[in-house]
Design a protein around this ligand. Sequence first.
Ligand SMILES: [Fe+2]
Length: 313
Amino acid sequence: MAESLDMFHRAKQRTFSGLTRDAEHRWTGPFYFIQAADPQLGLMKAWKDGNCDGGGDEWTEEVELTKQAVEAVNRLRPRPRFMVLCGDLVHSMPGTEFKEGQERDLKEALKGTDPSIPLIFVSGNHDIGNTPTPSSVENFCKTWGDDYFSFWVGGVLCLVLNSQLFFDASACPQLKEAQETWLEDQLSTAASSSSAGPKHILVFQHIPLYLQRPDEENDYFNLQKEVRQKLLDRFRKAGVKAVFSGHYHRNAGGYFDGLDMVVSSAIGCQLGEDTHGVRVVVVTADGVVHRYHSLEQLSTAGMDEDLRALLEA
Ligand SMILES: [Fe+2]
């Protein structure tokens, strides 16, 4: 019991147990990780019923897809250094009737992840609400660990952010302030620590800064222009290489001025033409190379050969 509880509560005190700066600040060569998003237990049924604001009274399909992802990832060699789930872990909004059951069943499906692969959880709008409150955020932290924190892997600094605080913090302004202060500290420390600093900085959040271009219009699926621009400026100044997100349930994104905005489709419900899948991300000395793999492809053929070659270079 203690063990199964632990794998879901490693993000504490704004860091992640086992992946601290002390343990992981040194670059030791290329590695890779798995980025996934939106298992969102319950959306597939809700989408079929045409009731995405409620519904979601069944989630067996998403449980199966999540288990398929876990099994495919477990079979990969070498093993990924971690797997990050970029939000919308379940579909039911805070305080609604199916949330507890969906969260319980997602944990059950994720429990099969090989213990050597840390699971990193990111909060999405369905996890803490479109307008989060102190209590919805607190519940998330109790269930999945801190809503924002940093961790280190092989010399790379990773920042997990709560993008709902960028989207609408009207019901929790202090939480927004606290994340801002923390983020500023993280970015300025990283930017100023030259030789002892990170090889790369990566960001993980649920809502993409943009879907195609930094100057695109506001949309349900991106962050508001003004907020977006400020974050882009801060990230670029600090040398952030890539921002990984979900939310769109389609693959998208774009590379501009040294920053790669990566939008990954869902493990669960597809809203476009993509397949259920996860992204394989290889981190080399030069930067990050990534490709979305369908669960089918990952299960049968493993990761693409050219990505594997980068790890051995
Ligand atoms: Fe979603």
